[in-house]
Design a protein around this ligand. Structure first.
Ligand SMILES: *[C@@H]1O[C@H](CO)[C@@H](O)[C@H](O)[C@H]1NC(C)=O
Ligand SMILES: *[C@@H]1O[C@H](CO)[C@@H](O)[C@H](O)[C@H]1NC(C)=O
Ligand SMILES: *[C@@H]1O[C@H](CO)[C@@H](O)[C@H](O)[C@H]1NC(C)=O
Ligand SMILES: *[C@@H]1O[C@H](CO)[C@@H](O)[C@H](O)[C@H]1NC(C)=O
Length: 478
């Protein structure tokens, strides 16, 4: 009660002071109301990957530039504040080109032979990136195998498709490798654990409907379910049941949706449904009780585009702000990951380009920053009423009680809005922050006024702007 009175007193005092100083502002613009009674999915976060030796490329920068690029990706004060890192669990016997090295590069002799695990303390520098991400606040690490090692597969190679020996329809002279592959994944998690990195999610396939010249392994949904029914108990026996099983990183949203029925027999072991955006992007909610993440999207081959907006092309920042909106608001996703964070080369497949010792972020990075820095893990998406139709609007309640309201203005004129909160537990904001991203600004603080618990801002043309409503003292007023 004391805080309640103090907060009320503070509001009156502020109003009185503003009136005395002649500062009372006329509020104008459309009223946008965030409704705490209308709750949707919980958000796990936003992220990227440094798999396929992209982490090695980062490690070749000078130490200053390494810290700079890590800050750009993961810092919540001067970067995009990414909250999920996706690592590749290696399956290759070597490290040539961009191969991800296996923790058991040679066949131990058969599926029931004593394993011959090796740990080089680097994992193609992914361990280092993980540790640096954790230092900057990342808590969600998704370790994902593209394939099992070749000797566990029907084609004897970790590349070029093939299937895990022992799942239905895949019999091999060498025997059934399901348990050995589950043990392998558990051992990978333990190596990280010994280096103080907690892997929170594990996946065992990537784009299982695709055969490619790099690490790849074919699986149907029912083969995936069969393997999950081995992996689940194996994690439990190793006291790792807190590690969530993700499945199946299909090439597209629709193809993943099509696999869901076949996963039913392993439902109790599944944590998160994961899908990529290549053959189809997130169009609508998946029919599942599980959280859903979009785990890989990129403009893979487009020529480097650093701008926020120039004509609506696939590499532009605002395009990505909208892609994320589509997944989170229209398709009920709880996580959204870009393919690569930082990498060399001249395409848009990454958010940050490394060229020699130069590090250049595209505005795509700041599109992720708008979502990731303002919508923190554990946030719950909320309903919003009254937003002008020229804006795309999304609202969230963060775990710290703050309300984040994100606006994307793809149109050519600015829009003034007043943001208020209603519903059970609603509060009259006493302060607010606002951040804007556009062609000239990355993630810059911008003016927001708070009066009578309502935040007022102008959303510039072709910009993304977020308002974070806060209440000092943390008590509710309404
Ligand atoms: C892990 O943490 C423990 C306890 O803080 C520390 O003693 C150990 O050196 C750390 N290990 C690594 C590989 O960083
Ligand atoms: C799992 O945890 C239990 C209880 O903490 C302990 O008794 C057991 O030895 C652990 N098992 C493994 C494989 O670490
Ligand atoms: C959205 O996802 C959650 C799980 O995160 C699920 O419980 C809910 O039913 C989904 N909503 C819709 C409309 O599919
Ligand atoms: C945005 O903020 C950065 C510092 O974070 C500053 O250097 C830059 O000038 C600002 N841009 C604009 C357009 O205000």
């Amino acid at each position: 009660m004391v805080t309640r009175f103090l907060t009320i007193a503070a509001v009156f005092l502020q109003a009185a002071l503003m009136a005395r100083a002649g500062l009372t502002r006329r509020q104008s613009g459309t009223t946008v109301t965030v409704n705490l009674d209308q709750t949707y999915q919980t958000i796990d976060g936003f992220g990227c990957s440094e798999a396929f030796q992209r982490a090695v490329q980062m490690s070749k920068l000078t130490e200053d530039q390494q810290q700079h690029v890590l800050d750009l990706l993961f810092s919540t004060t001067n970067g995009a504040g990414m909250s999920i890192l996706r690592n590749g669990i290696g399956s290759s016997p070597d490290m040539s080109s961009d191969h991800m090295v296996s923790i058991q590069p040679t066949n131990p002799g058969g599926p029931t032979s004593e394993p011959k695990y090796v740990w080089d303390g680097s994992d193609n520098k992914q361990l280092w990136v993980s540790q640096e991400a954790i230092k900057r606040g990342v808590k969600t690490i998704y370790a994902n195998a593209w394939s099992a090692p070749g000797y566990m597969k029907t084609n004897g190679n970790d590349a070029n498709g093939g299937t895990l020996c022992g799942v239905s329809g895949a019999t091999c002279a060498s025997g059934d490798w399901k348990q050995a592959f589950a043990d392998y994944l558990v051992q990978y998690i333990k190596f990280y654990q010994e280096a103080n990195v907690t892997i929170t999610h594990v996946g065992f396939i990537n784009e299982p409907e695709l055969t490619t010249s790099y690490a790849s392994m074919r699986f149907s949904g029912s083969q995936a379910a069969e393997f999950i029914n081995v992996l689940g108990p194996t994690l439990e026996k190793a006291n790792l049941s807190s590690v969530g099983i993700n499945c199946c990183d299909a090439e597209g949203w629709n193809s993943q949706a099509g696999m869901l029925g076949q996963l039913n027999s392993a439902d109790k072991y599944i944590s998160t449904i994961t899908a990529h955006s290549y053959t189809s992007s997130p169009g609508g909610p998946m029919n599942t009780r599980h959280r859903v993440w979009q785990t890989e999207a990129a403009d893979l081959n487009g020529a480097w585009q650093g701008a926020w907006f120039s004509g609506g092309g696939p590499g532009e920042g605002m395009t990505w702000a909208n892609n994320i909106y589509q997944a989170i608001v229209n398709a009920n996703a709880s996580g959204y990951l870009h393919w690569i964070g930082a990498q060399t080369g001249v395409t848009n497949s990454k958010l940050i380009r490394i060229d020699g010792n130069t590090v250049t972020p595209a505005k795509r990075l700041w599109a992720f920053g708008q979502w990731s820095r303002n919508v923190r893990p554990g946030a719950v998406r909320l309903g919003v009423q009254g937003a002008p139709s020229s804006l795309r609007t999304a609202a969230f309640r963060n775990v710290d009680g703050s309300i984040a309201v994100l606006f994307i203005n793809s149109g050519g004129s600015a829009a003034s809005v007043q943001v208020s909160v209603t519903g059970e537990g609603a509060f009259a904001a006493t302060s607010a922050d606002a951040f804007v991203t556009d062609n000239t600004r990355d993630f810059n603080a911008t003016e927001v006024s708070v009066e009578g618990g309502v935040g007022s801002v102008s959303v510039p043309a072709r910009a993304m702007l977020s308002v974070i409503l806060k209440q000092e003292g943390g008590d509710t007023l309404v």
